[in-house]
Design a protein around this ligand. Structure first.
Ligand code: ATP
Ligand code: MG
Length: 419
């Protein structure tokens, strides 16, 4: 996707979001005299912007730690002049990007060719400011940095709920969509459903969403620019209030994501929601393990069949060997029959050496009707499956309010900044 489009389209106006509570530090790097003077004037007119002494040298090629290059603690914004020496400016931006995660980089240049802008974005610049610098342009850019700073402070620490089937077709998507929609609708919790399937993901489809442009995959691929504004451009919203990051629409078989990037993205999402429900493909693939490693609850979904139980035993054995905290794992039995025709609940618990946490009844007609309707949260009266899932959602949704609610007290200080 065109990352800049998504970024810009989703961006709220700087004027809505500028809310500095403490000074934001700016530092010029090799700025030409005129631009430096513009930045000085800007800083002088903004009581909550602190201008640090300018740096007149780029980072040396062999200086990987940046020690000695910037005296003291790193600034929150570096404005780098890209005109005098583009190569050194690029290298400097790359090194700042790699070593100083809390520092935003603004490219400053008199050349606004799209290829140069893209090049600057690729080396880690979040803004491209065209000379001559003016007050509004600087204000908007700085406000975006402040917005991200504010987001970082106001993060909640939501729960990640990973659903993994012991085998394909166990009911993972059915449960994840029910639980997600019910947490959002019945308990008004900020809930996101992530479909981790690389292909043939069905979560959006089960919620009646048949068309979408972007997926969780594209979000992860753009993880370097991940912030609330970018995320907003990727989200689908279901009528229950549940937000959804679907699987890719394509069937490209070779598509892969770096596991680290998946983990980083899940951590970010956790900071934005009360619950992040992840619909994982069956088994213990590397992407699944990345989610499992950081989830609060791993729901291992089985059906009462010998092969599913055997796979369940294998999964638990693997997690035990990997010293995974097994108290986070909950076994869920889907398609449960009160009078089973095959393997009994006791036999399942004995084989797994743990208790079944939740039983979801075998009600094919109800589930199919819900999928056709596209809204599990509207099926409480009609569907025993939905009622069972509601009782489960209650155990999670009725918990005391999350730290995210501290947001209510946040101040909007735009007025204090002289606008
Ligand atoms: N409790 C249930 N009772 C009866 N049928 C069910 C139940 N839960 C799911 N099903 C049916 O089982 C099938 C598979 O369900 P679902 O797609 O949720 O499984 P899955 O684990 O997500 O599959 P996949 O591995 O393909 O992602 C669907 O046809 C669904 O309607
Ligand atoms: Mg599925």
């Amino acid at each position: 996707m065109n990352i800049m489009d998504a970024h810009e389209s989703a961006n709220v106006s700087a004027r809505d979001g500028f809310s500095l509570g403490e000074p934001l530090s700016l530092m010029g790097v090799c700025l030409d005299p005129e631009s430096l003077s513009d930045v000085k004037q800007f800083a002088a007119s903004m009581p909550l912007v602190r201008l640090l002494a300018p740096v007149t040298q780029f980072v040396a090629e062999d200086d990987d730690s940046l020690q000695g290059w910037i005296p003291g603690s790193p600034p929150e914004v570096c404005l780098i002049d890209f005109d005098a020496n583009r190569r050194s400016a690029t290298l400097t931006a790359e090194k700042i990007h790699a070593n100083l995660p809390g520092t935003a980089i603004f490219a400053v240049s008199s050349n606004s060719q799209p290829s140069l802008i893209i090049e600057a974005m690729r080396c880690g610049c979040s803004e491209y400011l065209v000379k001559p610098l003016n007050h509004d342009q600087l204000l908007e850019a700085v406000a975006r940095v402040d917005g991200r700073r504010k987001e970082r402070k106001e993060v909640s620490n939501g729960q990640v709920l990973a659903f993994v089937g012991a085998k394909g077709g166990s009911g993972v998507t059915t449960m994840a969509t029910h639980l997600g929609a019910l947490l959002a609708k019945s308990y008004a919790r900020r809930t996101l459903l992530v479909d981790l399937h690389p292909t043939f993901g069905e979560a959006a489809f089960y919620l009646g969403i048949t068309k979408h442009k972007y997926s969780f995959y594209e979000l992860v691929e753009n993880k370097d620019r991940l912030d609330a504004n970018l995320l907003r451009g990727f989200l689908l919203r279901h009528s229950s209030g549940l937000e959804v990051l679907p699987a890719p629409d394509s069937v490209e078989p070779s598509r892969q994501l770096a596991e680290n990037d998946i983990g980083h993205t899940i951590d970010f999402l956790r900071s934005r929601y009360d619950f992040v429900v992840v619909d994982c493909p069956p088994g213990l693939s590397k992407p699944n393990l990345e989610v499992i490693a950081r989830c609060d609850w791993l729901y291992l979904v089985l059906v009462p069949e010998v092969s599913a139980v055997a796979n369940g035993v294998r999964c638990l054995d693997y997690l035990t060997r990997a010293e995974y905290p097994l108290d986070r794992v909950k076994v869920v039995l889907n398609r449960h029959l009160k009078r089973g025709i095959g393997i009994t609940d006791d036999q399942i618990e004995k084989a797994l050496r743990r208790q079944i946490y939740w039983k979801v009844p075998n009600q094919y007609n109800q589930v199919i009707r819900t999928i056709h309707g596209g809204d599990p949260s509207s099926q409480i009266t009609e569907s025993e499956v939905a009622r069972t899932m509601l009782a489960w959602a209650e155990t999670l949704g009725k918990q005391p309010d999350s730290p995210g609610d501290a947001k209510k007290g946040s101040k909007r200080l735009f007025g204090r900044l002289g606008r």
